[in-house]
Design a protein around this ligand. Sequence first.
Ligand SMILES: [Ca+2]
Length: 350
Amino acid sequence: MDSSAVNVNVTVDDFDTVLVYDDQAQWTTPDPSSGDFNGNDPQYLRGTYHLTDRVGAAVGLNFTGPALYIYGHKGPRFGSYRIELDSATIESSARADAASDGSVLLYGSSNLTYGNHQLRLTNLGEGFLLDYIQYTFQAAPAGATIRNETYQEDNSAFSFTGEWGHNTSPAFSGGGTTYTNEDRATATLKFKGSAIYVLGDIKNDHRGYGIKLDGDAEQFLNGTSGCGGDFGLTCEQQVPILKFLGSNLDDSEHTITITNYAGVNNSFFDLDSVVVAVPSTYGPRQLADSGSPFVLPSGTPTSGTTTDGTPRSTSSSGSNVSNQNSAALLALNPLVLFCFLLLPLLHRKL
Ligand SMILES: [Ca+2]
């Protein structure tokens, strides 16, 4: 990891659809659309979590970057779990005599290779609670600055195929979102930047969607939310969730195409906004070959778990960049981004 580069911490909440659950029905979650939901519950980021007592319940995340941190709860009701990171397997336990006060670091590593990584997290014991995951990527080389360009869903830079409607809510970025339930309806954006975030809401009547970035193979993801069970108008998280993140892009023009796979349910896809990180200087990394995910095999934590619960590495990667870049870091975090985008709305009400 180049600590002098502009490193960005990404927070992936348990509702973000970059996380792929084998079977959402094996997990229980709060319902963000219910009247008694508390999105500011200090026990959980954004008030949400995924909890399972099913042995074998699993969730995966593909990411590119040199650091990974997994946060959840510890306590007497929780048990062992397995982390598969590329070719490495680590088993650990979230069991503790006393229940943790809020989420704690279950696993952390900042010595991953700079490459594409596949994380798979599996419950092996009595219970497992996932709150959120963080990872780091390099958005620009040392000395560069970054500005963020936000494309709201009604920006003319988007081209659409199929029929798309429009919804409004103060929870949406910019106050609006566009949606489709047409099979293979697409939204396409051409852009220049080193990283791109696709943001939108999640609901039980969402299902499969594909993201194609330049010539890469299309990635298939699932926009179904966790708590409602059956297909229906339930369990909606309107606060923008992360539906895709592409990084390590060069200075050429890039094309991203989002496709809704509506299937037999005529399922929906919602596009709220796209954020592009535009650096003053580009420096895409040469990605490491697959193999061991760790830079230093001899230092690999085979027992794996960082037990002190201190988000030491996540904050240190922030402190390694200049204040200016820290601002870019913050602005790139979808959660903080959401607050920025909400501010004008709040001002308008005053
Ligand atoms: Ca929007």
